[in-house]
Ligand binder design. Sequence first.
Ligand code: 2AM
Ligand code: CA
Length: 265
Amino acid sequence: MDWDLIYSHAQQWVKEAGERIRSSFDQTLDIQTKSNPNDLVTNMDKETEQFFISKIKQTYPGHKIMGEEGFGDQLDSLEGVVWLIDPIDGTMNFIHQQRNFAISLGIYEDGVGKIGLVYDVVHDELYHASRGIGAYLNDEPIPLLGETTVKESIIALNATWVMKNHRIDHHLLIPLARDARGTRSYGSAALELIFVATGRVDAYLSLRLSPWDFAGGAVIIEELGGIVTNLRGEKLDFLSKDSVFAAKPGLHQTILDEYLKSGKW
Ligand code: 2AM
Ligand code: CA
């Protein structure tokens, strides 16, 4: 398996897809809803996913693809090489703001993350990592993550989870939001994971994400010494929806022990 070539193709295709998205900004978007009125999809989400699929299938016919918009394969295992693709992560931001969204790509071999890319299209910032080789922002290496305490931390967390909601007892996360130095919410899981990777925030948690939301970011964070699990502290399996908890080393265990252990996630 020529991973260097796969890595370079992935970077090239992500940049090309980003260029197409940037040049779509002056065109009218076709916006539709999916599971509920706030779950949005546009023609650009679909076209971008199809762009990746045609490149991958042409170049690597043996590879499998799991994409948010469903144009990829129906997978029940992660055997072989699998590309997990979110063509636009933060679609609501894409529609409302034309910023704060990203393309997210994770390439896994037998369930192990080999390559992760998150492309902040508007800023032309490509975050990428190849397992064992390091993580980069464009051509610059990203420094390894250090330790910190809860009271000096910024935690990325959606307000939904500290308001009454149908998924969890919202009281459970209030102490963490209260004890942290601050909380932030950006509306794109892929970018929030990148903010953990770059130390702009110290931890991120979300109660329900899909594999394509976190597959790319997880490789990048782990390459920098950060930890990514679900809220129960278990490994993610990249085949099912799960909660996600990413944090700096040390801080991850502290938050699990002191704030998350009592919850049913
Ligand atoms: P998406 O934009 O690709 O759908 C918003 O807080 C973050 O959660 C985004 O990264 C969004 O990804 C993700 N997300 C995953 N599932 C979602 C859902 N059912 N509804 C809204 N956002 C979802
Ligand atoms: Ca998406």
